[in-house]
Ligand binder design. Structure first.
Ligand code: ZN
Length: 294
């Protein structure tokens, strides 16, 4: 059976109040990434944060994180682009990737969310929206431009689909040769208070799988706001990969776990189901060669 790629979603916008093991500072992120790699993670995904937990877009923070991980591990490195909201254009959103590439520190992957989406949270028990939400804007023109820049830098895009239309755009990018084959696509499911992706159910995942545009896609499942465990049997059976961690929810069923604890729990369930875990080297081979720089 195909080996399983485990990506750990280390922090996103999660807070230490929910689980004190959520890493914030570059030092915390590096230590956590190395522990996750030791526990079986193939890819580490993170957002640079300040010591108070707020978002950081500082190139120096990303430099410290990427160089700190690279010094000790060959795990695939996947920083966010950040700056979801506001007026940041594509060059600003990729400024840290461009700077790192110029220094020979290009990360392995960067996310391209293939579509614009409302980000709203809803408290189903109270029947109330939580905050004003926001619009995460990703125009087709900006995405094509960003795909081109990533190609120049030798950085593989991870295409995040929040819905079937997003997945169709990812398929068009593959058909147009804008991203390397096989494309690596993350299918977003939203549980808990999140209502922006497909429901975090087997039916929500099935809808994506019934609409996969072509064969040349390796797909991974992300489950925001809810633990991924109930969906693991289907993901493993269908040949998918997993993207999970404290960035999604506090994983209270494991007590107060670290990200490495979550990775180990997923790896154990995968092995029980007959899926061995891909090493970073095996994942690089599975995902194929990069497109040559344009
Ligand atoms: Zn992220």
């Amino acid at each position: 059976m195909k080996k399983l790629i485990i990506e750990v979603r280390m922090n996103e916008a999660s807070r230490k109040q929910a689980n004190p093991n959520v890493p914030y500072t570059p030092d915390e992120i590096v230590a956590d990434a190395l522990a996750c790699a030791e526990g079986g993670a193939t890819i580490v995904h993170f957002h640079a944060r300040n010591a108070d937990g707020s978002e950081s877009n500082a190139v120096d923070d990303y430099r410290r994180i990427v160089s700190g991980i690279r010094a000790k591990s060959d795990v695939l490195i996947h920083p966010t682009l950040g700056q979801f909201f506001g007026d940041a254009g594509p060059d600003q959103r990729m400024a840290h990737i461009e700077a790192l590439a110029a220094e020979g520190l290009a990360p392995d992957m960067a996310p391209l969310d293939t579509g614009s989406n409302n980000i709203d949270m809803f408290d189903w028990q109270a029947g109330e929206f939580l905050g004003d939400g926001g619009v995460y804007a990703n125009s087709g023109a900006n995405l094509r431009y960003m795909a081109g820049r990533l190609r120049e830098w030798g950085v593989r895009p991870q295409l995040c689909s929040w819905s079937i239309p997003n997945l169709r755009l990812a398929g068009a990018f593959l058909a147009a040769g804008l991203v390397p084959a096989p494309a690596f696509v993350t299918l977003v499911l939203s549980g808990g208070q999140g209502i922006m992706g497909h429901p975090a159910t087997e039916a929500g995942l099935r809808a994506y799988l019934d609409n996969m545009p072509g064969e040349e896609m390796e797909w991974s499942v992300l489950c925001g706001g809810q633990e991924i465990f109930s969906l693991l049997p289907m993901i493993l059976r269908e040949g998918g990969h997993v993207s999970a961690g404290l960035g999604d929810t506090s994983y209270a069923s494991l007590g107060q776990p670290s990200n490495a604890d979550i990775v180990r729990a997923i790896a154990a369930m995968a092995r029980d189901a007959g899926r061995e875990i891909a090493t970073p080297e095996e994942a690089r081979a599975m995902l194929g060669k990069q497109l040559q720089p344009a």
